[in-house]
Design a protein around this ligand. Structure first.
Ligand SMILES: [Fe+2]
Length: 354
């Protein structure tokens, strides 16, 4: 069964794929929505069960592969998805029940560079806008197919947004409290590749090699973040994006420089390394200090024409205090280099991004 959004479901690329696989219309589940709605994962599970699907193939951005992971888990556990959520308990520990039943194989064909296809982590969104987190390596796609020509058919805006998400994965991996040699080496490889690709997309001059650089960078970034976990930045993005109706990529793009500023006192060395890595992208951007690295990250969003303040993305300021409170309970805070002690700190950060 193919898993994609309604728009992707009508694309010539997907129709070609379905016909080359000999799939019927029922085998194309094109109900993936923004932020991977939980409801779609349940519907996809029912469809896959009715079809007796033996393999799932996601086609699209992060929401398509996250929905596929949800369907894989639901198929294995007879729909009992909510028994496997990742939660942070009041005592600060993280609860992560794992599913041990055999899984259907998943194949991901990403059209963007979110890296969601690589990680065992995924999020499904309830109708209230609440994102439910999962982490289970057994549901991750077993095969990943990046096609630079397919990626070149995606408009610059969503590509830039998802690239900023990938870049955020590298930075969070570089300074995560759970970082290790494997995550660090992948993050370091990813930064210049992503910066180069994003720079070319923003300039409107991206060639096949730039898309290949982006895809490889996104893959490395996914391996990095899988091994290092995400911190404050993704904790904010997971709550803020669905609550205000912004894509995960755009939320990343707007919030990232502000989180880096917040983390600067605890991550000067890693952000200095980031500066050097940006210089290695070979696009004529030099950053020497951690502060210049942060400016270079924000410079990418500006060059791509993405909004850089929450107010410019129509986010209402009144929503920020309640969001800050919710973000304080996110499991990812445990991996952030600078301890987050209060909702007031998070609110101040959100206000700075507003
Ligand atoms: Fe992300």
């Amino acid at each position: 069964m193919l898993v994609c959004s309604p728009r992707a479901g009508r694309s010539s690329e997907l129709l070609k794929l379905a016909s080359s696989l000999g799939l019927t219309d029922e085998s194309v589940f094109s109900e993936v929505g923004l932020h991977a709605p939980l409801r779609s994962a349940f519907e996809g599970w029912q469809r896959a069960r009715a079809l007796e699907a033996d393999c799932l193939i996601s086609f699209g951005g992060g929401s398509a592969s996250d929905t596929m992971k949800g369907i894989v888990l639901a198929c294995a556990e007879d729909g009992r998805l909510l028994e496997f959520t990742l939660e942070r308990l009041p005592d600060g520990t993280v609860k992560n029940p794992l599913s041990t039943r055999p899984k259907l194989p998943g194949i991901a064909i990403p059209t963007t560079v979110s890296g969601a296809d690589i990680t065992p982590a995924f999020a499904l969104t309830e109708e209230t806008g609440k994102k439910i987190l999962f982490r289970d390596a057994s549901v991750a796609p077993r095969v990943l197919v990046y096609d630079p020509e397919l990626m070149a058919s995606v408009p610059a805006r969503p590509m830039s947004e998802s690239g900023m998400n990938a870049l955020a994965h590298t930075i969070e991996a570089l300074y995560s409290k759970a970082r290790n040699p494997i995550s660090s080496i992948h993050a370091r490889e990813a930064v210049p590749l992503l910066y180069r690709g994003l720079h070319a997309i923003a300039a409107g001059s991206a060639q096949r090699d730039d898309y290949t650089a982006l895809a490889l960078g996104a893959y490395y970034a996914g391996v990095a973040i899988t091994n290092a976990r995400t911190g404050l930045h993704h904790s904010i993005c997971h709550k803020l994006g669905p609550a205000v109706g912004l894509t995960h990529g755009l939320t990343n793009s707007i919030v990232l420089p502000h989180v880096l500023q917040f983390n600067l006192p605890a991550a000067r060395e890693e952000l200095a390394a980031m500066a050097e890595l940006i210089g290695n992208a070979g696009v004529g951007v030099t950053a020497r200090t951690p502060e210049e690295a942060i400016a270079a990250v924000q410079g990418l969003s500006k060059r791509a024409g993405l909004p850089t303040r929450l107010r410019d993305a129509n986010v209402s300021r009144e929503k920020l205090p309640a969001l800050a409170q919710v973000i304080l309970n996110e499991p990812g805070l445990a991996f952030n280099p600078r301890p987050v002690e209060s909702a007031a700190q998070i609110q101040a950060l959100l206000e700075s991004a507003w």
